[in-house]
Each structure stands twice: as structure tokens, then as C-alpha cells.
Design a protein around this ligand. Structure first.
Ligand SMILES: Cc1cc2nc3c(=O)[nH]c(=O)nc-3n(C[C@H](O)[C@H](O)[C@H](O)COP(=O)(O)O)c2cc1C
Length: 208
């Protein structure tokens, strides 16, 4: 299969969305937990989390254009300045998937999709108890992307929790932590570690 830009523009909306959402390869599978000023919790699946830098420990994610659809996660983050990022594990991919339904803000996806709210220390945003790998985030910046009306939300890690055995030989092993990956908007993958290599130096590069 081979497409030009014009071919892509002529695809029907759903086909285009499915193909272009898959072309980056595997994306991380996370649930974002937030709370509004009335104390109502919210949980939604996001696959656009990216690493922005380690010191300070910054992560970004993309919020789709608001339009007529309310964006509860983003609104809650703006209200309270905090959110949680929780890895999705194989035993709850289906529950996690359905947090993407457009539930009314009076309905918490925690309850509707059968997740347990967990509050760690005095951090205001809810974590997902069922997730063993999770972060509490402080909102830092929101950068509009005028090209398509999306917004990049940037936060700094305030709390980090992961299973002790996920640290294997000085590295986080996402197969051990049972974290999952996403392709497109519907497909979930288990991760299998297939290699580990040292920092790549010119004079240590093998003769291939
Ligand atoms: C696999 C998957 C990945 C998603 N990733 C994103 C994302 O990165 N950004 C986004 O804005 N919406 C994403 N969504 C859609 C949101 O989950 C959906 O709009 C949800 O209703 C947002 O909830 P909220 O209004 O409570 O924030 C994704 C949906 C699915 C099924």
C-alpha cells in the first residue's frame, strides 16, 4: 500500500483516522485521573503521553480540540492544577477503553468503568488503585497548536509509584510492570522486551 498526501485527504473520515492514528507505532496506554472543584472525579484514556525531559521531570500529552465536546480532563486540570497518569495493565484494558465514552460530568468513569479511586498523601487528584505504575502530576503549561486546534498540556512529576521488581538491572522493564501499548484507537498490545544495548558510542559500535 502506498498513499500520497492527496490520497490521504480523499480517504473517508473513519479510515483516515484509523490509519493515521496507527502510523507512529505503539503508543503508551494510560488513564488520566482528575477531580473538579465540586469534588467529582473523572477518568479518561489517553495515548498521547510523551516524555519531554528528565530534569525537571516533564511529560506532555495532547488534548483534542474542544469544539462542542466537553473536555473534562483538561477543564479539571485547569481548575485544580493536578492530575494523575496511570499505566493500563492487561487485566483492565476493556474497562479502560470505555472511559473514552462521552459520559456526563455527573458520572465518574471510576465508578462506571469499575476502577477504584486512590488518594496518595495530600495529593488532590485521584490515582487508579488497580494500576501499579502511576504518577501524580503538577500542571505547568498548556501550549495551543494552531495547526489543528489541539493543546499540548505539560506537567511535572510530583509523585512516582512503580513495582519494585520493575527495576531490572538499573532499568525500568515495562514487560515486568505489565504495562500495555495502544495502536490506533481500538487495539491493545502486551509488551515483550526483545533487546537491551549500552549507550551508543562511535568507537564501540559493532561491525555489522
Ligand atoms: C485508545 C484511546 C486513546 C485516546 N487518546 C486520547 C488523547 O491522547 N487525547 C485526547 O484528547 N483524547 C484521547 N482519547 C479520547 C478520550 O479518551 C475521550 O475524548 C474521553 O471522552 C475524554 O474524556 P474527558 O472528557 O473526561 O476528558 C483516546 C481514546 C482512546 C479510545
Amino acid at each position: 500500500m502506498q498513499y500520497t498526501k492527496e490520497d490521504i485527504q480523499q480517504l473517508d473520515k473513519v479510515t483516515c483516522l484509523k490509519i493515521i492514528n496507527s502510523v507512529t507505532g505503539i503508543k503508551p496506554a494510560n488513564l488520566l485521573g482528575t477531580i473538579d472543584n465540586k469534588g467529582r472525579t473523572n477518568l479518561a484514556i489517553f495515548s498521547s503521553i510523551i516524555h519531554l525531559g528528565s530534569n525537571p521531570a516533564l511529560l506532555g500529552f495532547i488534548v483534542r480540540p474542544a469544539g462542542e465536546v466537553p473536555r473534562h480532563t483538561y477543564e479539571n486540570i485547569k481548575e485544580n492544577g493536578v492530575y494523575t497518569i496511570n499505566h493500563i495493565h492487561p487485566k483492565f484494558t476493556e474497562n479502560a477503553h470505555y472511559t473514552s465514552a462521552k459520559f456526563d460530568d455527573s458520572i465518574s468513569e471510576f465508578e462506571r468503568c469499575s476502577f477504584t479511586e486512590e488518594f496518595i498523601t495530600d495529593f488532590k487528584a485521584p490515582f487508579v488503585k488497580e494500576s501499579t505504575f502511576k504518577m501524580g502530576m503538577n500542571f505547568k503549561d498548556a501550549i495551543p497548536i494552531p495547526l489543528n486546534g489541539t493543546i499540548m498540556v505539560i506537567g511535572e512529576i510530583e509523585h512516582l509509584v512503580y513495582p519494585d521488581d520493575a527495576m531490572v538491572a538499573d532499568d525500568i522493564d515495562l514487560e515486568v510492570s505489565n504495562s500495555v501499548g495502544i495502536s490506533g484507537l481500538n487495539s491493545y498490545y502486551a509488551l515483550k522486551k526483545i533487546g537491551k544495548y549500552p549507550y551508543a558510542r562511535v568507537n564501540e559500535t559493532p561491525d555489522f
